[in-house]
Design a protein. Structure first.
Length: 182
């Protein structure tokens, strides 16, 4: 028997953080999707053990300026892609520059330096990952998904999807439905 699990990444991560911080008796505030502010200084040895515990779940503590900025860029992109409404027409470059309070050229350079990819490629990858979730949920048509994720056309969405996954959205959906029915 196969089970299909649907999860909310943000909720799952938040729950893991909550459990780990309580385990170490740390007072904290979640400032944003992945940013945590501790109410008191965390001793080095505790931070090391906490880091190891979080690594078990694939969560890493980011510790230098460039890595922190790259993570904030990723968070902002994920925030955009997972908006409940249709993605905004606002240019990603303007949104990121305004949100992160840096020139876009600086943001783009840091992101490329740290991640070895461009913001545009990362953004497309996140949109495709979101589209896979929407295709699996079967609540929207492929055209509605393309519109919701602000692709310029259905053809553009299908081309981007195939470039990333090697499959068209329709074939991807068919494969998933077949696996779920077994």
């Amino acid at each position: 028997m196969n089970l299909y699990l649907k999860y909310d990444t943000y909720f799952a991560c938040k729950k893991i953080l909550q459990e780990q911080f309580e385990k170490f008796q740390l007072s904290y505030n979640l400032k944003s999707f992945w940013e945590v502010e501790f109410k008191e200084t965390v001793p080095g040895p505790t931070l090391e053990v906490l880091s190891s515990s979080l690594n078990y779940y694939g969560i890493q503590i980011v510790d230098n300026h460039k890595n922190i900025l790259a993570q904030r860029i990723k968070d902002a992109i994920i925030e955009i892609v997972y908006m409940d409404e249709r993605l905004p027409y606002l240019k990603t470059s303007l949104y990121l520059a305004e949100k992160l309070n840096h020139r876009y050229s600086y943001i783009a350079n840091i992101f490329s330096e740290v991640t070895y990819t461009s913001i545009e490629k990362y953004y497309i990858l996140q949109k495709i990952e979101r589209s896979k979730e929407l295709l699996i949920s079967d609540e929207l048509t492929i055209s509605e998904i393309a519109w919701k994720l602000n692709f310029s056309s259905l053809a553009h969405f299908c081309k981007q999807f195939k470039n990333v996954t090697g499959l068209t959205p329709k074939i991807f959906q068919r494969i998933i439905k077949k696996r779920l029915s077994v």
